[in-house]
Design a protein around this ligand. Structure first.
Ligand code: PLP
Length: 386
């Protein structure tokens, strides 16, 4: 019998029934359960104010039932010809890929920066020159924010549309360029959790209004469109956020500061302990300290990573090779793609590992993971080999 309790990879933190109660009472009173109800409207206004505090421009927030649908609808709103090519990084979640394919486009899988592990405008410039791509879906991988102003310059200079998939980056990724739409997830595992849900955030009201209509089957909702309200104007979907999910999102926002602080404190202590134990045998994604980390990902020598997985399995510590297989390996089975060389993504993937992380992690949990990592990297030959 193993004397250790299991350490899960992640444990969601959502508002409990007491925190939800005031919003559920509003729901009972309103008797409005979906279709852009009052809780949804208030949530969009609350979030716009938060984004506007980090942007020089007015910012619009449109909710969706998930980030995946939000991405698909923003990409559809670009209205590119079917079969247009869209650049996406190799190291991301499969939803980035499926959104491109479902919007009718062809993914162009590109490499990432060796330090930030992100697709950058420089990499996209090269990929676009070689493939003739008309759009880019850049990703705030592992919550690390993208430079929206840098992408705005890229978009203006190249004429190539840019959308940011910031599914896991609420609180860290801001919308500092009004012409770059950014999509966030409110899935249970994310920092602003509603169970399920997405946010399309931009400084361009026409992007938000098109996404709103696409999320409601494509029915025209705009009295000034020169087209009858209630008639179908696009081929949309049902991607509306229910009032129940909006209620959870409100309660999550109420608790945002406290849970973000907790996540940061645990993240800092955990990372410090690992650095003390393993020093430069571990490599970290370059960038800011996230406002509210939700996962814990690092890189080590491939053999040390494989050994750590075995040790963790023996000790009931869950791990995950985040975003692996890489996107082109997934895509090969489902749809035609265009593949750019991706040596950096491939090199990073061989040593990438997600360790357990949650707001419920105790010092004892951290010590157990640190000890496993120390053991896995202990042999200098093993630890330094690529
Ligand atoms: C990069 C990325 N894009 C998209 C998604 C999908 O988000 P959702 O579950 O809200 O559809 C995720 C989910 O983790 C993600 O990590």
């Amino acid at each position: 019998m193993n004397r250790h309790t299991a350490i899960p990879l992640l444990t969601p933190l959502l508002p409990n029934r007491d925190a939800l109660a005031p919003y559920l009472a509003k729901l009972d009173h309103n008797r409005h359960y979906s279709n852009f109800g009052p809780l949804n409207g208030a949530l969009e206004e609350r979030l716009s104010a938060i984004f506007e505090a980090h942007s020089p421009d007015p910012i619009h927030v449109t909710t969706t039932s998930s980030a995946t649908l939000g991405l698909e609808l923003v990409l559809s709103s670009l209205d590119l010809p079917p079969g247009s090519k869209v650049i996406v990084p190799a190291l991301t979640f499969v939803a980035s890929l499926t959104a491109i394919i479902r919007a009718g486009y062809i993914p162009v899988i590109a490499d990432i920066d060796p330090h930030s592990w992100l697709l950058t405008p420089a990499i996209a410039t090269q990929a676009a020159a070689q493939t003739g791509a008309q759009a880019v879906l850049a990703v705030s991988a592992f919550g690390q924010p993208q430079d929206t102003q840098g992408w705005s310059i890229f978009q203006r200079q190249s004429g190539i549309n840019v959308v940011i998939d910031a599914a896991g980056a609420f609180g860290s990724q801001w919308v500092k360029a009004p012409d770059i739409p950014v999509v966030y997830s409110m899935h249970a595992t994310k920092s602003l959790a509603a169970g399920e849900g997405g946010l399309v955030v931009s400084g361009n009201p026409s992007v938000n209004s098109t996404v709103r209509q696409l999320s409601n089957f494509g029915i025209n909702l705009d009295a000034n469109a020169g087209f009858p309200v209630g008639h179908l104007s696009f081929v949309g979907s049902n991607a509306k956020l229910s009032e129940y999910h909006a209620a959870v999102a409100h309660a999550s926002l109420d608790q945002w500061d406290a849970q973000a602080r907790l996540r940061q404190d645990i993240y800092r202590a955990y990372r410090q302990a690992l650095e003390d134990a393993c020093g430069d045998l571990l490599q970290w994604q370059a960038g800011i300290t996230l406002a509210a980390p939700t996962i814990f990902c690092l890189r080590m020598a491939a053999k040390a990573r494989d050994r750590l997985e075995t040790i963790c399995q023996q000790r009931q510590i869950s791990t995950r090779r985040w975003y692996q297989p890489l996107l082109h390996q997934h895509a090969a089975k489902v749809a035609p793609i265009i593949k750019q060389p991706t040596p950096i993504a491939e090199a990073i993937a061989t040593g990438l590992i997600g360790l357990p992380f949650s707001p419920f992690m105790t010092n004892e949990d951290i010590n157990r993971v640190v000890e496993a990592t120390r053991l896995a990297t202990a042999s200098p030959i093993l630890a330094h080999q690529p």
